[in-house]
Design a protein around this ligand. Structure first.
Ligand SMILES: C[S@@+](CC[C@H](N)C(=O)[O-])C[C@H]1O[C@@H](n2cnc3c(N)ncnc32)[C@H](O)[C@@H]1O
Length: 257
């Protein structure tokens, strides 16, 4: 019997909360959420999902705005460990999937090093859910044979990004946290050979009633996004698959383009 099962220690559940639509929370995440004593959650976790927490559970907001960290990552790690060591069942709710640009790996490592039981429940990442709800398949026979997901947050400062690979015509590029650096990303891609007329979609608040999709080309998207005041959270999709949206647009709640 484990320390968690015999009640000597709590456990941390790193739960993917999905991209925004509460119906995209997995059944497993929902079940764990319902038995939690403490819920530690991020900014993009839907209020409808928080409604599922037990009435008496303690809720701790540790959300991060772009450029502002309301609680440093080290303190979040310590908070999770502290509650688990005190015997609590902790739900660590993270937007999308915990291991996709969510620092879930760092939290899991912190717990693993201390022998604190944890479990990871994958979530539906916005990197695929937002394009799906915008009517954009990330791969499509004859158009795109694969896709890459990068963050705009540090893509431009990281020497590790292989722009030649990301600029290939038959691949789709998905950028998270990229609205502020969109113009720069577009210019770098064009300088590595991606065509200026490559279609681009920016999906704001994908999967939710606030979903808005703006489309243009690599050379024009920055201006259009600025004119329309598109802001985070948004997923950027770059590649010929964006054209399929003209035929596959289906999302009933979508607002202006
Ligand atoms: C810190 S990252 C977390 C990503 C998350 N772990 C995931 O798998 O979706 C936050 C970024 O995810 C994207 N994002 C999350 N939810 C979104 C949504 N509903 N619509 C559009 N973009 C979203 C945005 O690019 C946002 O800046």
């Amino acid at each position: 019997m484990s320390d968690y099962q015999d009640g000597r220690m709590g456990k941390v559940f790193l739960l993917g909360a999905g991209p925004g639509d509460p119906d995209l929370l997995t059944i497993k995440a929902r079940n764990y959420l319902k038995i939690s004593d403490v819920v530690v959650y991020d900014r993009l976790v839907s209020p409808d999902i928080l409604e599922l927490c037990p009435r008496l559970s303690q809720r701790v907001y540790v959300g991060k705005e772009t450029g502002h960290h309301s609680l440093p990552q080290g303190e979040i790690n310590r908070l999770l460990a502290q509650h688990a060591l005190a015997g609590s069942t902790v739900a660590r709710l993270k937007g999308g999937d915990p291991f996709v640009f969510g620092r879930g790996g760092e939290e899991a490592l912190f717990l693993a090093k201390r022998g604190i039981p944890f479990e990871v429940v994958p979530g539906v990442t916005s990197a695929v859910a937002a394009p799906a709800c915008a009517g954009i398949p990330l791969t499509h026979r004859g158009i795109a044979s694969g896709f890459h997901v990068v963050t705009g947050h540090d893509a431009l400062s990281s020497r590790k990004v292989e722009w030649e690979i990301l600029s290939q015509e038959n691949e789709t590029l998905v950028v998270l946290m990229g609205v502020h650096s969109l113009g720069e990303i577009a210019r770098v891609l064009m300088s590595h050979g991606r065509q200026a007329d490559t279609p681009v979609a920016v999906i704001e608040w994908g999967t939710t009633p606030k979903q808005r999709v703006v489309t243009s080309t690599l050379s024009r998207i920055e201006t259009k996004v600025m004119e329309l005041g598109v802001a985070a959270p948004a997923v950027i999709v770059i590649g010929d698959v964006v054209r399929l949206r003209e035929s596959l647009r289906w999302f009933p709640l979508e607002s202006l383009e």
